[in-house]
Ligand binder design. Structure first.
Ligand code: PEP
Ligand code: MG
Length: 589
């Protein structure tokens, strides 16, 4: 039966494929495709993992049998029997074999997929005792996974990424060569990075807002995604056929042939549009009245740099360095590792400037244990970004040293997130000086960097003169500026309808920041999601912005807008949008 689920449109395009449900706790399990010749090998790995756990249980049963009946807890015996029974369950074993043979999933992925399938059946059981056996099933899966650790075979990354282009001609058959779309309750930004390998053609999550970091990473991967789809992970079943309409924010489950044909057509249109845009790659971004516009890339990892160059970026306007710090169980990267990563990004940009933002963890970018950010009541208002860095100066100086050293290899700008206080500015500048002094003392070479501050907190936008006394440039982080101006948690889908880039207060802060920088001859860019939103390009140009930093996939679409406008005719109109009670109504005029 066809039905649709509505969420938030976050990454454009259409994906058609089979659902892969991943439980939040299982996201860190490796997902890759195996070569067909390794099917037997993978099945053996699961078998060996299972046998190891069976042996372990037998040993436990034996030691229990040696105890006197008084010392033997009856519940423990019963529990071990249940675990043995589950381990030998035909449905589990046959299911795992199915995913390996028919879909070429690696062993761990096959096991957790089958866990999902059987877990659903347990959820639906009337009998409470049986329903609760789901947790036993999870426990034994965990133990089998642990027993399998260290036996992983090499992945075949991105085996199916190439199929993205042929989805339009898709037939709903059971061949292995079908695209897969990931459905999860929640994914952290670092989970998303794992999926950057290209295994999935689209994403759906129950939670998340338009500018949550999970959504941002999905956009940077340039694959269709819908977040905030609330109950999607409960309504969709493993292996269901899905259409993800990333433009409308809709997920269609079990589509009929007519719907499928319609979306196949739309998908071809999207591909044609992309083909057309690619002709603009080497065209300079200059408006009709000769204004040069700088189109920069936002990146998460150093190996995103070559892709940014290929997408036509003239530099990196935002390298979110925190992605090097996340998903490592709190083990921070040392100076050498960071230096290598920043240098790789600098060299990858082939002489184009790279803006490295100092670490911005916290809020919806948790570090993972042992950092317990989740325990804070309001993580977005807590120890985040520069506050986190200043709370641990030696960690911060390590990062500053690494960035300064990378600057010896090409043009680097350093950007500091979430500043609001003069005291924070002073401490930051003092630590940068300290890092330079240490490098001199240690005889390590380093390069010059321009220093910039992000304008993300209304307080910062209201004290621009102070900021401009200390910094060479400003970068407006509209994602957070909107969040903090309107008191809307950007990751919370229940208030997503209130997240409004065109709110008059937001526009005022953005406009004033641009105007003040222009008046003082300092450079300013926007690096939040507003920069990549083509419906806002004209307005930002009209407000005087000439530097936009966005996920690389958006660069050509924004360039197309730039090429079409005459900024001298936009100024008056932008001013009236700024003065309007309801700017949205002026946007179309
Ligand atoms: C922003 O807040 O607009 C920004 C670019 O930073 P991030 O999205 O990483 O918080
Ligand atoms: Mg921000």
């Amino acid at each position: 039966m066809t039905f649709s689920i509505h969420g938030l449109a976050v990454a454009r395009g259409i994906a058609i494929g089979r659902a892969v449900l991943v439980a939040a706790s299982r996201v860190d399990v490796a997902h890759y495709f195996i070569d067909a010749s390794l099917v037997g090998n993978e099945i053996d790995r699961v078998r060996r993992g299972r046998n190891a756990v069976v042996d372990e249980i037998h040993r436990l049963q034996h030691s229990i049998s040696l105890m006197g009946p008084k010392d033997t807890p009856h519940e423990l015996k019963a529990l071990l029997d249940v675990h043995l029974m589950l381990l030998q369950d035909e449905e589990l074993i046959e299911g795992v074999k199915h995913w390996i043979k028919e879909r070429l999933y690696n062993a761990e992925w096959a096991l957790t997929t089958q866990l999902e399938v059987i877990g659903r059946q347990f959820d639906e059981m009337e009998d409470e005792y049986l329903r609760e056996r789901k947790s036993d099933l999870e426990q034994i899966t965990e133990r089998v996974l642990r027993a399998m650790q260290g036996e992983t075979v090499p992945a075949i990354p991105a085996l199916r990424a190439a199929r993205k282009s042929s989805q339009a001609d898709l037939q709903l058959d059971d061949t292995v060569d079908v695209p897969l779309v990931l459905v999860a309750h929640e994914l952290s930004p670092s989970d998303m990075l794992q999926f950057k390998q290209g295994v999935f053609a689209g994403f759906v999550t129950d939670v998340g807002g338009k500018t949550s970091h999970t959504a941002i990473v999905a956009r940077s991967m340039d694959i269709p995604a819908v977040v905030g789809a609330r109950t999607a992970s409960q309504l969709v079943r493993q292996d269901d056929w899905l259409i993800i309409d990333g433009d409308a924010g809709v997920v269609i489950v079990d589509p009929s042939p007519i719907i499928l044909a319609e979306y196949g057509f739309k998908q071809r249109q999207v591909e044609l549009d992309r083909g057309r845009l690619s002709r603009l790659l080497n065209t300079p971004a200059v408006t009709l009245d000769g204004q040069k516009v700088e189109l920069l890339a936002n990146i998460e990892m150093p190996d995103d740099a070559p892709g940014a160059v290929r997408a036509g970026a003239v530099g990196v306007g935002l390298f979110r360095s925190e992605f090097l710090f996340m998903g490592r169980q709190g083990k921070l990267p040392d100076e050498e590792e960071q230096y290598r990563a920043y240098r790789q990004a600098v060299e990858g940009m082939q002489g184009l400037p790279v803006t490295i933002r100092t670490v911005d963890v916290g809020a919806d970018k948790p570090m993972g244990s042992p950092y317990k950010e989740e325990s804070h009541l309001n993580p977005a208002l807590g120890l985040r970004a520069i506050r986190w860095s200043l709370a641990d100066p030696s960690m911060f100086v390590t990062q500053l040293r690494a960035i300064l050293r990378a600057a010896a290899h090409g043009p680097v700008q350093m950007l500091v997130p979430m500043l609001a206080h003069l005291s924070e500015i002073r401490q930051t500048l003092a630590l940068i000086e300290q890092a330079r002094a240490e490098l001199r003392r240690d005889g390590l070479s380093f390069g010059p960097v321009e220093l910039g501050a992000m304008i993300e907190i209304p307080a910062a936008a209201l004290m621009l003169k102070t900021f401009l006394k200390h910094f060479d440039f400003l970068s407006i982080g509209t994602n957070d500026l909107i969040q903090y101006t309107l008191a809307i948690d950007r990751a919370d889908e229940s208030v997503a309808h209130l997240y409004d880039p065109l709110h008059p207060a937001v526009l005022r802060l953005v406009a004033d920041t641009i105007a003040e920088c222009n008046a003082q001859g300092k450079s300013v860019s926007v690096c939040g999601e507003m920069a990549g939103d083509t419906s806002l390009t004209r307005l930002l140009l009209g407000l005087g912005l000439r530097s936009f930093s966005m996920h690389p996939a958006q660069i050509l679409a924004v360039k197309q807008e730039v090429l079409r406008v005459d900024t001298s005719q936009l100024r008056g109109w932008a001013e009236s949008v700024l003065q309007a009670d309801d700017p949205q109504t002026f946007m179309a005029s």
